[in-house]
Ligand binder design. Structure first.
Ligand code: PLP
Length: 380
């Protein structure tokens, strides 16, 4: 019930990666045959990913994770904008992942960039009007996530990107949670930059990518060797790159069946929780949400304690974002939704996966109401 935190690596992905840890261990930058074989594997992976994203091979920059992709998008574009005289102002939203919020704050505090943080409505939507009003003459980048990691809300990316483009502003989307469940064709989405992370779609941890439309990104945030056209120094992680491409191909091929199955199970879960647990509320939008996401708040419950009680019953879940475990403050996402603190501290995110089945859902339906009721009784 915690697939938004991470997913199990598909067995076919493990099999595809294995040779590149042992016999085929060459460095793709080496010119000898062992290096060239590794380079060939990276190129094949890049082609497979470019096919799914509908972009050029040179528009994919391999990174170590989704956080790094977000950092590279914001920092790299900020440095490029400064050099090209394209402005000084960035727009993000209040429900972004800390990888975006933290990077924007860093650019503001240490590098003198201006940052506007857009509010969201009670469902977590960013309004087109608010974006339009926030645009300034010196805005060079808008970064708005495709789907949210806590409440699963899906933003109208194409519409928001169009608004940015009307003013010649680049549009980045953090698609880390969306990948595997939503279409990733960058031209249909209308985005100039997009971040992905393999461990959210049944690939390995520690590898991600940034799609950057040609001629948009001219600066790296990590200097050194000339890998990735000088946009990200560091020896390429061949096995993990092969694993990421294999994983994205697998989930893309079965996406529509997986989504239909997950949507049915997820809806069943939401309905039964709202029906059986008093003072429970769904967070996010009832329908514009990732098919695997069910997120709630329960009145008078401590979310972190709830996670521990569920763990004792062998259920892995999350309160707010997995990155915030142990933090008793409501997350930035729940704060942005303006949920009262007595509710927002009792948040629960259940996120299912492509292998979740009916009996997993029934088990949660059986355990969760009792756990909440016992926790409430103990408070009295
Ligand atoms: N962006 C979003 C929306 C996420 O959910 C996450 C991870 O939870 C990240 C970025 C960071 O990805 P990674 O764990 O690969 O650094």
């Amino acid at each position: 019930m915690d697939h938004a935190a991470t997913t199990p690596v598909d067995t076919a992905v493990v099999a595809a990666m294995l040779p590149f840890f042992s016999n085929e261990y060459g460095n793709p930058s080496s010119i000898h045959r062992w290096g060239q074989r590794a380079d060939h594997a990276v190129t094949t992976a890049r082609e497979d990913l470019a096919n799914i994203l509908n972009c050029g091979l040179d528009e994919i920059i391999f990174t170590s994770c989704g956080s790094e992709s977000d950092n590279l998008a914001l920092r790299g574009i900020a440095l490029t904008a400064r050099e090209r005289g394209h402005g000084n102002h960035i727009i993000i939203s209040s429900i972004e992942h800390p990888a975006i919020l933290g990077t924007a704050q860093h650019l503001l505090k240490y590098h003198g960039f201006d940052v506007t943080i857009l509010p969201v409505d009670q469902h977590g939507f960013i309004s087109a009007e608010d974006l339009r009003n926030a645009i300034q003459a010196d805005t060079f980048l808008v970064s708005i996530m495709y789907a949210n990691n806590e409440i699963g809300v899906i933003q109208p990316i194409l519409e928001l990107a169009k608004i940015a483009h009307e003013s010649n502003i680049l549009f980045h989307t953090d698609a880390v949670q969306a990948a595997g469940q939503l279409p990733l064709n960058v031209n249909e989405l209308g985005v100039d930059l997009m971040s992905l992370s393999a461990h959210k779609f049944y690939g390995p941890k520690g590898v991600g990518l940034l799609y950057a439309r040609r001629d948009t990104l001219a600066h790296s945030h990590q200097t050194g060797g000339s890998q990735e056209n000088g946009l990200r120094a560091g020896t390429l992680n061949v096995p993990l790159i092969v694993g990421m491409a294999t994983a994205l191909k697998i989930v893309t091929a079965s996406q529509s069946q997986d989504n239909s199955k997950m949507r049915i199970l997820r809806n069943k879960l939401i309905k039964s929780i709202l029906d059986t647990i008093p003072e429970s509320h769904l967070t996010g939008h009832p329908t514009y949400r990732l098919p695997n996401n069910a997120s709630f708040v329960f009145k008078g419950i401590d979310g972190n304690e709830l996670i521990i009680h569920l763990d004792l019953s062998s259920i892995a879940a999350s309160s707010g974002s997995a990155c915030k475990t142990g933090n008793p403050e409501p997350s930035n996402v729940l704060s942005a939704l303006a949920i009262q603190p007595e509710l927002s501290l009792g948040s629960l995110r259940l996120s299912i996966g492509r292998h979740t089945n009916e009996s997993d859902i029934e088990y949660v339906q059986q355990v969760l109401p009792t756990v909440i009721s016992n926790m409430r009784d103990n408070l009295q």
